[in-house]
Ligand binder design. Structure first.
Ligand SMILES: CC(C)(COP(=O)(O)OP(=O)(O)OC[C@H]1O[C@@H](n2cnc3c(N)ncnc32)[C@H](O)[C@@H]1OP(=O)(O)O)[C@@H](O)C(=O)NCCC(=O)NCCS
Length: 215
């Protein structure tokens, strides 16, 4: 039996399938206009993800239309001694060849919600689907490196390290990482030179959610 959560009469969360691939690529271009082409996920890559790790890929659908998605791999990650990697490296150039079948964390590569459908709890539902996978597979929980998107508005006032500390201490609210924290993640580190996007100082915040957190 596949995963199913009914959000509203029209909107549901289900496992991703290869037939969604073209719509998923189109959604990436709408949601991440600033990302380099190599850092966007493409249709052929989505097909590969479904083949490699079907239990880690979910879509939000409005009828036949893909309006949200999340992509993950299993990965070994030591929170106390955090390795450095770039987004491009950890996602195997988009192909998820980095998926470790015995990995103890569910590593989120992407959460995307179409701009016309935001604020309806769809991201929260996608993270909940990920929690379900963590529980089923007996993982420690889910983790990701959240983009510090709000940095662009204060970039001429402070360095990214300082911005990260202010977001962590709740002095500043980041539109992505603070929302992820609100959903149930804990901020545990700064990953510099993670991706090519000056709006977030090329950095992300390492965030984790224990498998026992109910969202
Ligand atoms: C970040 C993103 C995935 C959120 O999607 P969403 O479906 O609108 O989020 P939800 O409706 O599930 O909101 C989850 C929580 O965050 C809150 N929230 C969402 N956006 C917010 C904002 N800009 N400011 C304050 N709170 C916000 C909601 O109120 C909700 O909290 P609640 O359930 O306690 O009320 C979406 O905006 C997006 O696709 N952004 C661009 C891509 C991105 O940054 N992805 C994440 C990093 S890969």
């Amino acid at each position: 039996m596949g995963y199913l959560e009914i959000i509203s009469p029209n909107i549901i969360i289900v496992n991703m399938q290869t037939l969604h691939a073209e719509q998923l690529e189109a959604l990436q271009r709408i949601v991440f206009p600033n990302l380099a082409e190599a850092e966007l996920l493409h249709a052929e890559q989505y097909k590969k993800h479904v083949e490699i790790f079907p239990g880690g890929q979910f879509v939000a659908m409005d009828g036949d239309k893909v309006i949200g998605a999340t992509s993950t791999i299993r990965y070994h990650f030591d929170i106390n001694q955090q390795e450095h990697h770039t987004f491009y490296e950890v996602m195997g150039g988009g192909w998820f060849t980095t998926h470790e079948p015995g990995g103890d964390w569910l590593y989120g590569m992407d959460v995307s919600v179409h701009p016309g459908y935001r604020g309806k709890g769809i991201a929260r539902a996608l993270y909940r689907a990920r929690q379900h996978t963590c529980l089923q597979l007996g993982l420690k929980g889910q983790m990701t490196v959240g983009m510090l998107n709000g940095y662009s508005s204060v970039a001429d006032e402070m360095r990214i390290d300082e911005y990260y500390e202010k977001v962590k201490s709740h002095e500043l609210f980041d539109p992505t990482v603070s929302v992820q924290e609100k959903i149930g993640f804990k901020i545990v580190g700064l990953m510099k030179n993670y991706l090519n996007d000056s709006t977030c100082g090329n950095a992300g915040a390492v965030i984790v959610m224990d498998v026992n957190v109910m969202i």
